[in-house]
Ligand binder design. Structure first.
Ligand code: NAG
Ligand code: NAG
Ligand code: NAG
Ligand code: NAG
Ligand code: NAG
Ligand code: NAG
Ligand code: NAG
Ligand code: NAG
Ligand code: NAG
Ligand code: NAG
Ligand code: NAG
Ligand code: NAG
Ligand code: CU
Length: 669
């Protein structure tokens, strides 16, 4: 019960910092203003898929030369028609992309990471870090099966960088996973950081399709702006007319994350100032503050034509906040979770945890339509109570307008509140219900299939607290952990260059967990450690909280997600295992570990590599809530295509650092 008090304390603190969460039709924080004639869907950041992207007839000279595209507005499930010689089953939503994908073509992209300034919410962030000078960074597009070559150049002056391609399985290409090594006593994962002035080339195949994001995995760099969306064109499980592209939902801090992190270590979660939709927010600036440069003129807008169906590709790129997404008077039909196509289901709100993605189809057919009046509707992103620290949240963050009936003024539409139990809906920050996330391509496991049983593979997410006898290394702070010790990597010496070593001889701070199996199911039980560390202070971050857990290298199956305690006399681990859903459970790459509860996930060891598993709350990952799953160690080496490039990157990093003497101040990821 004491725990509950802590939580209430936090909730109230955040409430005081911010708004009255219950009042969803509060006055808008800034004038907003009348909106002039607007550009087409998407707006300034060019996050819209190119109209003429060559997909799926994308491979002149490749095997697809002889295949016929079949992806049309009336059948989005089809990609290539069956062809007796070249693809007897064709390619489409029922293809198991873990084993089969079109040949695709080769696409090459160049990205530059720079220091910069940006003001997405009208307030200047002076120490931003940007991809190609923009926040969010440019949209990368490809087609299912394409081979991607992406050159990343570090043009910053005082940071290394690495880019992680979130959710890609990186089958046989762990060297392209973009997870650097950190510092002094420990070692990195799949590469060294790219030193200023250097370039690293990532090569991998898009065996999956859908949408995702790329982001820096160098320390706390992504909250400062190093991220952008990716679309891999492919089939969908329901039909739509237009793809309006990726929609990024995020929190935003005016301070650099490197500084915010010290607040996290010393005082608990630092406040974030704003929330953004598609890189736009509205911060209530104090007049005369020189950093107050004015909010973006327009809200993020979608222009709808009545009767059409639109595909929205939502991504939560937050640092620490949870939201609910909704559009007044419009249902959302959810068709994919992360990269995995699911049986469509309808909802009015969608909970999106950090790092998670959902594709939704919105039919331009609002409830209660009266075509004699204006048809403009708010898009809302509501920070979940108890799951955000946004000081000045703006609930109404975007607008849907109908071509024929728009007022071009701010909408007067109201929240779905007449149709739901508002109290119940707002007072949580949960994942979508597991029961709704039914993959199109079914996969099941037999309870006897797994190599490790639950007793040997349970991990407790907890907080390691320094004591007088045992001060914490790397700064005497409390740190989150999942593998007993908070992770601390060594940037200059990644694990990928140490594959000949026995894991047991490496530093425990690297948090390496060997899984030396081939084609076996590995079941991981991840539970919250409910024992508070000694010396725990009310209000500190060691309060049991929710953690969005992300695994690299695999889509995992989610066997259980429960907000009650693991392995109690009345509900033992054996009871839990007997009651899990083994029959086509949800598959994805991020799942929320409920506060004080547990998740049970499983994956098949068919992709040799050192794969990170970590909390996607940036503060927690930096603090140490991460471990490296060393999958099938003896076979990793043969999957590495260009070891020299990895070595060269390390040499450049170590040379640069020899003069800069960069201090690693966090786990490294
Ligand atoms: C396409 O089919 C033609 C006729 O069967 C064949 O000559 C050609 O090699 C095929 N193209 C590819 C890329 O396989
Ligand atoms: C990023 O910027 C570089 C340098 O201007 C340019 O060559 C490249 O095409 C840009 N990349 C994308 C994806 O727009
Ligand atoms: C990265 O750059 C920020 C300033 O932009 C600096 O505060 C931080 O110490 C640097 N950290 C590392 C590890 O390079
Ligand atoms: C990875 O390697 C395995 C075994 O060699 C092979 O069957 C599979 O097709 C490879 N995957 C990719 C994406 O190339
Ligand atoms: C940089 O090099 C110094 C020694 O020259 C070392 O102490 C430090 O850990 C290195 N920093 C990183 C981030 O590798
Ligand atoms: C993004 O994830 C964070 C952390 O789980 C969560 O607080 C936030 O509400 C999510 N955003 C949306 C739009 O769901
Ligand atoms: C939204 O979905 C609900 C439940 O499926 C349904 O009753 C309602 O008619 C739908 N409303 C619209 C506007 O489609
Ligand atoms: C609405 O939700 C609250 C909180 O969960 C609950 O106490 C209340 O009974 C619910 N009301 C209805 C009408 O379901
Ligand atoms: C399950 O774990 C126990 C204890 O670690 C071990 O003795 C047993 O062999 C394991 N069983 C299987 C099937 O792995
Ligand atoms: C759980 O937390 C307590 C207090 O911090 C700690 O003593 C204990 O070792 C933790 N257990 C595990 C399995 O991490
Ligand atoms: C969650 O755990 C409780 C016991 O703690 C159990 O009664 C319940 O069935 C579990 N829920 C699911 C969905 O497994
Ligand atoms: C990469 O190195 C930086 C610098 O220490 C560190 O902050 C970051 O956590 C590292 N990333 C990984 C994945 O090790
Ligand atoms: Cu966490």
């Amino acid at each position: 019960m004491e725990l509950l008090k802590f939580l209430l304390h936090i909730v109230r603190t955040f409430g005081l910092l911010g708004h009255e969460s219950g009042d969803l039709d509060q006055e808008i924080l800034d004038a907003g203003g009348l909106l002039p004639d607007l550009p087409s869907i998407g707006g300034a950041n060019a996050l819209v898929p190119s109209a003429n992207f060559e997909c799926p007839n994308y491979s002149p000279g490749g095997i697809e030369e002889n295949l016929t595209s079949c992806n049309t507005p009336s059948d989005r499930s089809c990609w290539f028609e069956p062809n007796e010689w070249w693809a007897p089953s064709g390619y489409g939503i029922n293809t198991d992309y873990e084993f089969s994908w079109p040949d695709g073509t080769h696409r090459e992209y160049w990205l530059e990471v720079t220091d910069g300034t940006t003001s997405p919410d009208g307030y200047l962030k002076t120490k931003a870090k940007l991809v190609n000078g923009t926040y969010p960074g440019p949209l990368l597009e490809a087609c299912w099966g394409d081979q991607l070559t992406i050159h990343v150049t570090n043009k910053m002056t005082d940071n290394g960088t690495t880019i992680h391609w979130h959710g890609f399985r990186q089958w046989n290409s762990s060297e392209a996973d973009g997870v650097n090594a950190t510092n002094r006593q420990s070692q990195g994962v799949t590469q060294c950081p790219i030193a200023p002035g250097s370039t690293y080339t990532y090569k991998f195949r898009a065996t999956e399709y859908g949408h995702t994001w790329y982001h820096s995995h160098y320390s706390l760099q992504y909250p400062d702006g190093v991220l952008g969306p990716i679309i891999i064109h492919g089939p969908q499980s329901a039909n739509y007319d237009e793809d309006v592209g990726t929609v990024l939902i995020s929190d935003w801090s005016h301070e650099t994350a490197f500084i915010d992190f010290f607040k996290e270590l010393t005082d608990g979660p630092p406040p974030m100032q704003s929330n953004l939709l598609q890189g736009r927010g509205r911060f209530p600036c104090v007049q005369g503050d020189p950093r107050c440069v004015g909010a973006p003129a327009n809200y993020y807008e979608l222009k709808f034509e009545k009767g059409k169906k639109y595909l929205l590709r939502l991504i939560n790129t937050s640092t620490a906040s949870q939201f609910k997404f909704s559009i007044d008077n419009h249902n959302l039909t959810v068709v994919s979770a992360d990269f995995v196509p699911i049986q469509p289901y309808q909802t009015q709100y969608l909970n999106i945890g950090i790092g998670q993605r959902y594709s939704v189809i919105v039919e331009a057919n609002p409830s209660g339509t009266d075509e004699s009046v204006n048809m403009d509707y708010w898009i809302r992103t509501i920070p979940a109570v108890g799951c955000n620290s946004i000081q000045f949240p703006v609930v109404r963050t975007g607008i849907v307008r109908y071509f024929t009936n728009s007022s071009y003024a701010l909408p007067v539409s109201t929240f779905w509140k007449t149709q739901v139990n508002q109290t119940a809906e707002l007072d949580d920050c949960d994942d979508e219900d597991m029961k709704n996330l039914v993959p199109v391509v079914p996969k099941s496991l037999n309870p006897g299939d797994y190599a490790n049983n639950y007793t040997s593979d349970t991990y407790e997410v907890g907080m390691t607290e320094p004591t007088t006898q045992n001060p914490m290394p790397h700064g005497n702070y409390s740190r989150w952990d999942i593998a007993m010790l908070p992770m601390w990597l060594e940037w200059g010496n990644p694990i990928i260059l140490n594959l000949d070593k026995n894991v047991s001889t490496l530093s425990p701070e690297l948090a390496i967990v060997p899984e030396d199996y081939q084609n076996a199911w590995i079941v991981l039980v991840i539970v919250g450690n409910l024992t508070l560390p000694s010396g725990h202070n009310v209000g500190k971050q060691s309060i049991p909280t929710r953690h969005p857990i992300h695994l690299h290298g695999h889509d995992f199956v989610l066997l259980a997600q429960n907000d009650t305690e693991w392995d109690t006399p009345t509900w033992t681990a054996a009871d839990a295992f007997n009651n899990m859903n083994y029959n086509n459970p949800p598959r994805r790459d991020v799942a929320l570990l409920p506060k004080e509860g547990y998740i049970v996930i499983a994956f098949k060891t068919d992709n040799p590599g050192p794969w990170l598993i970590h909390c996607h709350i940036a503060w927690h990952a930096s603090s140490g809530l991460a471990m490296q799953i060393m999958e099938d160690q003896e076979n990793i080496e043969r999957t590495i295509k260009d070891k020299q490039a990895i070595q060269d990157t390390c040499d450049a990093w170590n040379t640069w650092n020899a003069t800069m003497n960069v201090e690693q101040d966090d786990s490294g990821i």
